[in-house]
Design a protein around this ligand. Sequence first.
Ligand code: SF4
Length: 280
Amino acid sequence: MREVAYTDIVETVSRLAIEANTFLGEDVLRALEAAAASEESPLGKQVLAEILENDRLAASERLPICQDTGAAVVFVEMGEEVSIKGGSLFDAIHAGVRKGYVEGYLRKSMVADPLRRQNTKDNTPAVIHVELVPGDRLKLTLLPKGGGAENMSRMTMLTPAHGAEGVKQFVLETVEKAGPNACPPVIVGVGIGGTFDTVGMLAKKALLRPVGSTHPDPFYAEMEKELLERINNLGIGPMGYGGRVTALAVHIEAAPCHIVSLPVAVNLQCHAARVKWAEL
Ligand code: SF4
């Protein structure tokens, strides 16, 4: 077994929280630059230029890209030969989120209870997804997820008769209903298959893929391409001011499912598509 220190996890998660909220990934910046170059609407072009200027300023001034610094969603790939020394994995992640959000002066957006709504004041708890993988490495990926785009996300239980076109219609309907509220241009995470409880997680996991990457399965790669084109024909445009660029990418994650089911989830990610990862 390889030991990973509790304190290293705390420090890493804290750093990821601050970096993710300050420095937008190169893949997203490149996609926004390409969108600014191709957008036909003058207002849409101007909005994209302002988004890019905001992203550059955030990085140079070490300020958050957006005031909503999100719920801290953490995906963990834990090697089966890793043991945590000095504490538990979950405690370390929560402590790292607490440290990063407090020391980085990031907005604290978590309430302890969905109805009584008392702010926890340190952005904990994190939302944690753990996957056991072969090996002795520990990969931590932090995705600060803003509430605007999250609120416009949807899921449904289709039947197999709805088929691929039913899935596409649901995705298009979700983006259309979201309009400007998801702060477009968006990245569209689509989960297909699994069960009611897992399909949302698939849609969120789809958002981790680098923007501009192609799905390894040609069937889904083609579906992503078609969906992106149909979404960009909706005319919503950057921040909903009209235009050709409503989405930067569509990413699909599919999983086996029951013979009578076709679960679908759409997790929208705004233009502040913040993801940072580290391996210990
Ligand atoms: S949806 Fe994204 S860009 Fe819009 S306010 Fe929330 S975090 Fe910021």
